[in-house]
Design a protein around this ligand. Structure first.
Ligand code: APR
Length: 266
């Protein structure tokens, strides 16, 4: 059955979400696409004709750390100008509502957190703060010691022709994101899979489900008898395993999906 806007399965997916006791959300770049954040494998993912896969690697950083810093400055500049969209807000409302919800994101853009803080207002935003399994572009960390700090301002290369260094040990600083070929933080990964295993429903939005291990998070819900609802304009490797795979943009679908479920008694 389709809803007023012809989204096949939306009403049934809403009913499934309404009865779900514990929800794990897995989000990807598609959720931020409507905020103007370039997706990785979409047309807009290029910089100086380089693909993310060529720059977001430890090898690229070893080869040319300045170029990788410039790329992240460019991305921080682009993303810094973006705001959460109705999809981010809908998930924040759901997580701040009566249901037990955990948000696991592959995104490094900080938009889930921005939405959580905005929706929470003076209340505690922590139920809606995401688990950032790939790190955050607005943090840097030391390549040698455990130093880590928020970071927004671009490096002024014309005046500071030196790469940012760790104030503790003097080693190079790098973006606190997980690069291709690098392992995820085991603590963060365990928490993500525990949330999924413990969930009765995994809501998967805006991911191509191609990059492991994040793409396997929803399988932990399935393996424990739970179900998957997917939101994506196109088919993904998870579509066949989803109880409902809703074809459309998350900015339009998520607010409809969570409507009535975000208030006490919802
Ligand atoms: N709403 C929902 N989904 C969308 C939208 C939208 N408005 N626009 C695009 N999509 C979907 C695309 O169809 C695609 O399946 O979002 C997905 C984006 O896929 P990718 O670009 O591969 O991003 P993601 O799945 O998050 O990539 C995973 O790979 O590059 C690494 O570390 C990076 O976290 C990233 C990981």
């Amino acid at each position: 059955m389709s809803d007023s806007q012809g989204i096949e399965g939306l009403e049934e997916a809403r009913a499934l979400l309404a009865e779900a006791e514990r929800v794990c959300v897995l989000s990807g770049a598609g959720v931020s696409a409507e905020s103007g954040v370039p997706t990785f494998r979409g047309e807009d993912g290029l910089w100086k004709n380089y693909r993310a896969e060529e720059l977001a690697t430890p090898q690229a950083f070893r080869r040319d750390p300045r170029m990788v810093w410039e790329w992240y400055d460019w991305r921080r500049g682009k993303i810094g100008g973006c705001s959460p969209n109705p999809g981010h807000y809908a998930l924040a409302r759901l997580a701040l509502g009566p249901k037990s919800v955990s948000i696991v994101t592959q995104n490094v853009d900080g938009l889930h957190e921005a939405a959580a803080r905005e929706v929470a207002g003076a209340a505690d935003p922590s139920p809606a703060l995401p688990l950032e399994v790939h790190g955050s572009i607005f943090r840097v960390k030391c390549t040698a010691c455990t130093y880590k700090i928020p970071h927004r301002d671009p490096v002024r290369w014309e005046t500071e022709a030196v790469l940012p260094k760790c104030p503790v040990c003097g080693a190079l600083l790098r973006p606190d994101v997980v690069w291709f070929g690098e392992s995820l933080d085991p603590m963060v990964l365990t928490e993500a899979f525990d949330s999924a295993r413990n969930a009765t429903l995994c809501l998967v939005a805006g991911t191509s489900a191609l990059v492991q291990p994040a793409a396997s998070v929803p399988l932990a819900t399935l393996e424990n008898g739970g179900s998957i609802v997917e939101i994506n304009p196109t088919e993904t490797p998870l579509s066949g395993m989803a109880t409902f795979s809703l074809r459309g943009g998350s900015g339009a679908i998520l607010p409809q999906l969570v409507e009535g479920l975000t208030e006490a008694g919802g």
